[in-house]
Design a protein around this ligand. Structure first.
Ligand SMILES: *Cc1c(COP(=O)(O)O)cnc(C)c1O
Length: 356
């Protein structure tokens, strides 16, 4: 006898990349930051007074919202803090999409979106990226044709690492009749020379909202802290109606605030990761493994057929090196490899050169 609702009974859950703790494992499979968070985060943790945990945390996380607002040049009313970026995804669906309405994503995309849409019991439409991974023609019209209430774009894109311009996002937001959620989980790794900043679009459009996370750029995946940035028309209903009243805890708020206030420290890691990314891409290419230029902290690598992506994934795993293989259309000949420290990248390269 199953008590689950029928659509829950039928669904498969999200399968995260393997998490291991062994020091000996080179973990390049879940796009974590290889460097520790800023010292200010350690100090904020040391300063926690556990007797403060008797009380509920500040319900609206105002110090964090103010730090995030200052960081982005918006108002605190444009920010909603969440328990990881993933909670924002769920909140957006709960708040703006009825079950049986349609959510649209690209294919491929972040593999959590379809799972959340299933939980919501909404229908999901996947619109395929073109052969060169660029956006399908007339994307906004396609969204309107299928009557999508919500469209989710990950930008820079996972798993390709490509970045859409703010102008392109503006053109979609202006034509699309539903809510456009732009998932900026990897935004911190974008090359500063691109001068990419899409956040000001929240002043221009009532239907665009951005996801940010402390997990990747700020080395705090274990903390579970993210936030949404959008016009008040989108932030307000989630902030004051649909989220759990205490969705982020006292310790997480303090640490996330300390991290954002010292983003100059994190920015040094972003620069280092960008440098390592270009170097690793070059070195892999010399071994015959091509990747698309990436604006993230990972590379989507094309594995020669003679080697086989799944085979290489398994062989690396036997050597305690974890990368991500997706058993999915268009990705079965590829591996997604997170940029690690110099030492980790060297171990990866050494192993790959021996295996191919
Ligand atoms: C990591 C990630 C997130 C958010 O992760 P959290 O750890 O929940 O903040 C959202 N979208 C994409 C594409 C990601 O890779």
């Amino acid at each position: 006898m199953a008590f689950e609702r029928p659509h829950i009974l039928q669904m498969h859950g999200y399968v995260p990349g393997e998490q291991v703790n062994a020091q000996s494992v080179v973990k390049l499979n879940t796009n974590e930051n290889p460097y520790p968070p800023s010292d200010a985060v350690q100090r904020a943790l040391d300063a926690i007074d556990i007797s403060d945990l008797r009380r509920y945390p500040p319900a609206t996380a105002t110090p964090f919202r103010e730090a995030a607002a200052a960081h982005l040049g918006v108002s605190a009313d444009n920010i909603i803090p969440t328990n990881g970026g993933d909670e924002l995804l769920r909140l957006v669906m709960t708040t703006f999409v009825d079950p049986m309405e349609t959510i649209a994503v690209t294919a491929p995309t972040y593999s959590l979106y379809p799972v959340l849409a299933e939980i919501q019991n909404s229908s999901l439409i996947e619109i395929g990226l073109k052969e060169d991974w660029s956006m399908p023609d007339d994307f906004a019209s396609k969204l309107n044709q299928v009557g999508a209430k919500l469209a989710i774009l990950v930008n820079p894109h996972a798993p390709t690492g490509m970045c859409l311009s703010a102008d392109y996002l503006a053109s979609v937001a202006s034509q699309f009749k539903g809510v456009l959620l732009v998932d900026e989980a990897y935004i911190d790794f974008v090359d500063p020379q691109l001068q990419h900043n899409a956040i000001p679009l929240i002043e221009e459009f009532q239907n665009i909202i951005f996801l940010r996370t402390m997990s990747k750029g700020y080395s705090l995946a274990g903390l579970r802290f993210g936030y949404g940035v959008g016009p008040q028309s989108l932030i307000h209903p989630m902030m004051y109606k649909t989220r759990d009243s205490y969705n982020t805890d006292h310790i997480a708020q303090k640490l996330a605030t300390a991290a954002l206030l010292t983003s100059v420290d994190a920015a040094k890691n972003w620069a280092k990761i960008r440098q390592s990314r270009e170097l690793l891409a070059q070195q892999l290419k010399q071994l015959g493994i091509k990747s698309i230029p990436s604006q993230t902290n990972f590379l989507l690598c094309e594995i020669p057929e003679s080697v086989g992506a799944q085979q290489l994934y398994e062989a690396l795993k036997l050597r305690n090196i974890l990368v991500r293989y997706f058993d999915q259309d268009r990705l079965r000949d590829k591996l997604r490899i997170t940029i690690g420290t110099d030492a980790e990248n060297a171990k990866l390269l050494q192993a790959v050169s021996e295996l191919i």
